[in-house]
Ligand binder design. Structure first.
Ligand code: MSP
Length: 480
């Protein structure tokens, strides 16, 4: 079956940071897991290049928006292999193929009668590229997120008739369209009051997708950006349009909680207006916070740098840590000290030792050959798969870890080194070693989407006819 998973597309006004790595790694784990289950997966990520945030950043740096976009998009493209993301395509919204497709869909929205011209008056945050209702403003018309003064905008532009979709959105939000359920309630709150029509275009900006029926306007960047999920499928595979395959498949958008309104209200409404099917689900993750539980910011010195983590502990350790320390969906604090603790106690000790003990005992007592005995089955795969299917990545990882811990206990209970001293206990020793090999293989399979490089090494080692010693998977770090 086909399965489509996406990350948000990242603004090119800044360099990649931990938040971007987080969204991407979460989506990558799902994509890899679904591939492992034999699904036909398409995994999309990319960059959001138009609009005011980028135009303003370019102006500050004295370069053109396109130059800034090219430079920073390259940094995001480089990030993907560094974090071992297995994306099938990287979309850039400045790509003319995306632009043409946006124009085509928007023309349909227009022709379906959901666009009208009007006067926009209101408060706008150029950093969010968002118009703020009264409830979304701080004191004296400030942005609650960026703590900057909002600008008073008054311009003639085209409106999208969001209000026409009130009822259908209410119905949609009675389903499990938004996960987890805490976030679903937040989404519902937006439609609690009567929805207002929203600005679809901007007349003051030029860095964007030109409106096909009025070339003095460009589309409001969020609409151009959201459409990436749909447009990419028409050209991502050379010579092929895979829209029918993957837009027709269960589509899952993974996003951070700050962009909930756009993905759970505007996006489905736009698709309804264009007569396009809706995605299956939007999964919303929380925010990674500094060790002091505050938003990470360079000036507070509480930033966890993903590149530093990868340098010190490796890419797989970063991937593991981010899914292990903070429940996916909730906010949580992260720090270098916590990475180090998890690395030592869970990767080096629990998992690394289990792997090397298992392989070396089979080497020592059975010449490297896994005994042909019926293994005891501690399988957790069913529970793990169910959790993954509902995006409960954190729970699934804990489920896998219960097996790791169970096997470590099993080694102590069975004490193969004692069994090996008594020739009468040979069948028991066979069974213990077969059990360890069998279940360790399951562990490696379950964890492969989380730590693909290390688990591939382990799976290869376990697939040999005669097991050979391997280098420690997670070497202890020399303490400075
Ligand atoms: N360009 C828009 C998304 C358009 S999608 C059609 C955007 N870009 S972003 O670069 O600002 O953010 C992208 C993602 O990174 C969001 O999902 C956001 O939640 C996530 N994160 C940014 N900082 C974060 C943390 N500190 N913690 C976790 N994720 C956060 O929004």
């Amino acid at each position: 079956m086909a399965f489509y998973v996406t990350t948000p597309i990242y603004y090119v006004n800044a360099a990649p940071h931990l938040g971007h790595a987080y969204s991407t790694i979460g989506a990558d784990i799902l994509a890899r897991h679904m591939r492992q289950r034999g699904e036909d997966v398409f995994f999309l990520t990319g960059t959001d290049e138009h609009g005011e945030p980028v135009a303003q950043a370019a102006e500050r740096e004295g370069v053109t928006p396109r130059d800034l976009a090219d430079r920073n998009a390259a940094r995001f493209q480089d990030l993907m292999p560094r974090i071992n993301a297995s994306n099938d395509f990287f979309i850039r919204t400045s790509d003319p193929r995306h632009v043409a497709r946006v124009q085509e869909v928007m023309q349909r929205v227009h022709d379906n009668g959901h666009v009208y011209k009007g006067l926009y008056e209101g408060w706008y945050c150029p950093r969010c590229a968002d118009f703020k209702s009264e409830a979304e403003q701080g004191p004296d018309h400030t942005c609650l997120i960026h703590r900057i003064a909002l600008t008073r905008e008054e311009e003639e532009n085209y409106f999208f008739q969001l209000s026409a979709f009130q009822e259908r959105l209410e119905q949609l939000h009675e389903t499990d369209f938004v996960q987890p359920s805490t976030r679903a309630n937040e989404a519902k709150a937006f439609i609690g009051q009567w929805l207002q029509d929203i600005s679809l275009t901007r007349g003051k900006i030029t860095w964007g997708v030109t409106v096909p029926w009025d070339d003095s306007h460009v589309f409001y960047v969020w609409f151009d950006a959201l459409l990436n999920y749909y447009t990419a499928l028409s050209y991502a595979r050379p010579g092929e349009d895979v829209t029918d395959t993957f837009w027709g498949a269960p589509t899952h958008h993974l996003i951070g909680k700050d962009i909930l309104k756009f993905h759970t209200i505007y996006w489905p409404a736009l698709l309804m207006a264009a007569g396009i099917d809706l995605p299956r689900q939007v999964f919303v993750h929380g925010f990674l916070l500094g060790h002091d539980n505050r938003k990470m910011s360079k000036s507070d010195g509480n930033v966890l740098d993903p590149f530093e983590v990868m340098e010190k502990f490796g890419t797989d350790a970063l991937r593991f840590y981010l899914m292990r320390d903070v429940a996916f969906g909730e906010d949580g604090a992260v720090s270098m000290a916590a990475v180090e603790r998890r690395y030592e106690s869970e990767l080096a000790n629990d998992l690394g030792n289990l792997a090397s003990r298992t392989i070396s005992m089979i080497g020592r007592y059975r010449d490297g050959v896994v005994p042909d005995a019926e293994p005891e089955d501690f399988s957790v795969t069913q529970a793990f798969d169910e959790q993954m299917a509902s995006f409960a990545i954190y729970d699934a990882l804990e489920t896998a870890w219960t097996l790791v811990r169970r096997l470590n206990r099993y080694v102590e209970e069975q004490a193969p080194w004692a069994l090996a001293k008594d020739p009468d206990k040979a069948p028991e020793l066979d069974r213990a070693l077969a059990t360890l090999a069998h279940n360790l293989r399951e562990v490696a399979d379950l964890l492969q989407p989380f730590m693909p490089a290390k688990m591939d090494v382990l799976l290869e080692a376990l697939a040999k006819d005669r097991l050979e010693k391997i280098e420690p998977l997670f070497p202890k770090l020399a303490t400075a």
